[in-house]
Design a binder for this molecule. Structure first.
Ligand code: SAM
Length: 391
């Protein structure tokens, strides 16, 4: 069935919000002549690290501005087009799309090439930066993120946003200048390789670095597919090894990443990173079950952890907090922050440890670890066991 012009218009907004630098929409020709609202102008803006659609409502006597997360904003535009306005214009960096609807609700869409780039400021000087190309990008297509004509698939917008966020974080944390000669990275639990391929592409093709990335993954089928793909597209220094994080022998690398490696697999990755003296250890943990099973609170905190959901959340905080503390005890300056908002995935935390040469009081840090374990009745943390920490 053919798509309705409004549906095409909305899809173009969604595509633009995900893929291009700027975007402006004007909703005009109000359906109800008596309505006070005459026009809405919408722009893509960046606030802190997130993108929003900023709506300026033009009323007869004043203007009002409201910002919405992209998903909500697009839903709202759809509602306004069906209920409040006949016409809409979309200005992207490449094209101008005009939607006309008549009183019988018949619409048509007209597209023309953008001659003048729209002047849209994404919050002062923060312009959205595209770190990997989408057009003619074979791995994004083969991994099912883009369609045959290189458009982000409807259900892949969140994944694509996560990839971009990951590259943005990576760029902000790693001083890539330092690794101009050769940068060696291992990606533990690389899965289908979305983030591994994108990182390789970004470092090699956008930043022109000499980079070597090795993905380590249990699943043989995924490793086979990933190796076939990297060979096909000539990503010559991107390889995947089938094996477990703990048993695979790989020692000489600068950066270790482990994204969403389940439960204690994250501890195994951190352990390998510490043991190999990795300069940067970057993990996004998930399914923190090990501590939850052990939590045995016998003090005032029990009145909080008696609630299942709070016990769950407390276990996640403790699991990741102790990981960060252990990294500090092994000479890493540690940051814990949100990877990507819960809007996209519930797995939203990232721990980054950067090796430093300053002196550390390991005993004091171990004592803190011990005190936390006592407070929550925790027998052991898996990472602590792997490192054979003695008090
Ligand atoms: C949730 S997926 C994440 C994939 C990828 N890192 C990402 O963020 O898109 C976790 C992957 O880690 C693999 N994995 C989990 N534990 C592992 C282990 N101990 N050794 C090797 N691979 C492991 C799983 O097979 C799975 O493919």
């Amino acid at each position: 069935m053919n798509k309705k012009p409004i549906e095409i218009f909305i899809e173009k907004i969604q595509y633009s919000a995900d893929n291009i630098e700027s975007l402006k929409i004007i909703l005009s020709k109000k359906r109800n002549k008596n309505d006070d609202l005459s026009k809405i102008t919408i722009k893509l803006i960046k606030i802190k690290d997130s993108y929003f659609l900023s709506f300026v409502y033009n009323y007869k006597t004043n203007d009002q501005t409201k910002n919405y997360p992209i998903k909500d904003g697009i839903k709202l535009i759809n509602e306004h087009l069906n209920n409040d306005f006949y016409n809409a214009d979309l200005f992207t960096t490449d094209e101008i799309v005009q939607l006309f609807t008549n009183k019988n609700n018949n619409s048509l869409i007209k597209t023309s090439e953008q001659i003048f780039k729209p002047v849209v400021n994404l919050n002062h000087d923060n312009v959205k930066k595209q770190r990997i190309a989408i057009n003619n990008n074979q791995y994004l297509q083969e991994l099912g993120i883009t369609t045959k004509d290189f458009k982000i698939k409807k259900d892949m917008h969140d994944k694509f946003r996560q990839i971009n966020k990951y590259l943005e974080i990576f760029e902000s944390i790693v001083d890539t200048e330092k690794y101009k000669e050769k940068l060696k990275i291992v990606d533990m639990g690389s899965g289908k390789g979305y983030l591994t391929f994108a990182l390789y592409d970004f470092l090699k093709n956008s930043l022109n670095l000499q980079v070597e990335i090795t993905g380590i993954e249990y699943r043989e089928d995924l490793v086979l597919k990933s190796n076939q793909l990297s060979e096909k597209i000539n990503f010559n220094d991107l390889n995947f090894i089938q094996g477990s994080i703990i048993e695979t022998k790989i020692e000489d690398f600068d950066i270790l990443v482990a994204l969403h490696a389940c439960d204690t697999a994250t501890d195994e990755a951190i352990f390998k990173g510490i043991n190999s003296n990795a300069q940067i250890i970057m993990v996004a943990p998930c399914c923190q079950k090990q501590i939850r099973k052990q939590l045995n609170v016998q003090n005032e905190m029990a009145s909080i952890t008696k609630h299942g959901i709070l016990k769950e959340q407390q276990s996640v905080i403790l699991t990741d907090g102790m990981r960060a503390l252990i990294l500090e005890a092994y000479g890493y300056k540690t940051k814990v922050f949100e990877f990507i908002s819960t809007e996209h995935t519930p797995k939203n935390l990232m721990i980054v440890g950067t090796k430093h040469n300053n002196s550390i009081n390991r005993k004091e840090l171990f004592n803190k670890l011990k005190a936390i374990k006592n407070l929550f009745g925790i027998d052991f943390h898996h990472l602590e066991k792997l490192l054979d920490i003695k008090y």
